[in-house]
Design a protein around this ligand. Structure first.
Ligand code: PBG
Length: 329
């Protein structure tokens, strides 16, 4: 029997060298950012129950983590602070002696190569767990902007290389750019959590950071996951206001959004594969239902394939290993 096949796509899949040659997506450790949590106190490396393999670190023990990251050639980190004291206005967030400010000074002194990005938000620092200043039960947008500016400037003073506002207030990028410039930090870039949805995928993070809202939810400021055109609106506003990098968050279930944002902008686009995504893979692997390493690698590749220029992931070291071994990339 003779088949008149003119195209045989399988031809390019016959040998590993050839498959690697024609790959459309290339991976680099340079594009990975590792997020972690810093707590007050000493001698603390406390495992986060809902995120096995992730820890809350006191500053004195950070070298264990930072050495491991450097061994994997991961040189970018995203810092989250878990303070001892919380209050109505989240004052710990802009205290020059706050947990993040101290951690930044420590890291920049001992690990000058590490590129330190800081999350700018209030939910870890407010007694009510919301991302801003309350007016009744509503988060007041414009009052919150002033606080966010103070946090950003305080982080920059302590040595932050880049700031990443995650609060989802309107107008925050423009306001923050102006505040940073006025304080002399014209060269500190802003990576905006431009497209951040109100998502149950943040559940484990809120355990880790103790930042769950004490009442209500975040739906009056974070985006509704039914929407995608709104993502372009948010991205557009942040570009106009001066965001240097746009972020989409969460990752896995939101890759359509990522692709659309990437098509819209010429700016670098980051994707945050969040805590719930990490925990699902960990839980599935622990039960023996999935192959952990393969799922980590495949998911990461798909995120880049969908348009990510940068990936923020708790699996940064694992992905770096997979790239080095040639299993992905
Ligand atoms: C702070 C913030 C959150 C995350 C990043 N920054 C939590 C939230 O918005 O409730 C989530 C990250 C993750 O789940 O890994 N606002």
């Amino acid at each position: 029997m003779k088949y008149e096949l003119t195209e045989r796509p399988r031809r390019l899949r016959t040998k590993p060298v050839l498959r690697r040659m024609v790959r459309e997506t290339r991976m680099s450790v340079d594009s990975l950012i590792y997020p972690f949590f810093v707590v007050e106190g000493e001698g603390i490396k406390e495992e986060i129950e809902t995120m096995p393999g992730q820890y809350r670190w006191s500053i004195d023990r950070l070298p264990e983590l930072l050495d491991e990251l450097e061994e994997h050639e991961v040189y970018s980190v995203l810092l989250f602070g878990v303070p001892d004291h919380k209050d109505e206005t989240g004052s710990g967030a802009y205290d020059d002696n706050g947990i993040i400010q101290k951690a930044l000074r420590f890291i920049k002194k001992k690990y000058p190569e590490m590129f330190c990005i800081t999350d700018i938000c209030m939910c870890e620092y407010t007694s009510h767990g919301h991302c801003g200043i309350l007016c009744g039960e509503y988060v007041d947008n414009d009052k919150t902007l002033e606080m966010l500016n103070r946090i950003a400037v305080s982080h920059a003073k302590a040595g932050a290389d880049m700031v990443a506002p995650s609060d989802m207030m309107d107008g925050r990028i423009g306001a923050m750019r102006e505040a940073l410039d006025e304080a002399g930090f014209v060269n500190i870039p802003i990576m905006s959590y431009a497209v951040k949805y109100a998502s149950a995928f943040y559940g484990p993070f809120r355990d880790a950071a103790g930042s769950a809202p004490s009442f209500g939810d975040r739906k009056s400021y974070q985006m509704d996951f039914h929407n995608v055109r709104e993502a372009i609106k948010e991205a557009q506003l942040d570009v106009e206001e001066g965001a240097d990098i746009l972020m989409v968050k969460p990752g896995m279930a939101y890759l359509d959004v990522l692709t659309k944002v990437k098509e819209y902008t010429e700016r670098p686009v980051a994707l945050y594969s969040v805590s719930g995504e990490y925990s699902m893979i960990k839980a599935g692997a622990k039960l023996g239902f999935i192959d952990e390493k393969k799922i980590i690698g495949e998911s990461a590749v798909c995120m880049f394939r969908a348009g990510a220029d940068i990936l923020i992931t708790y699996f940064a070291c694992e992905i770096a290993d997979l790239i080095r071994k040639g299993e992905i990339g």
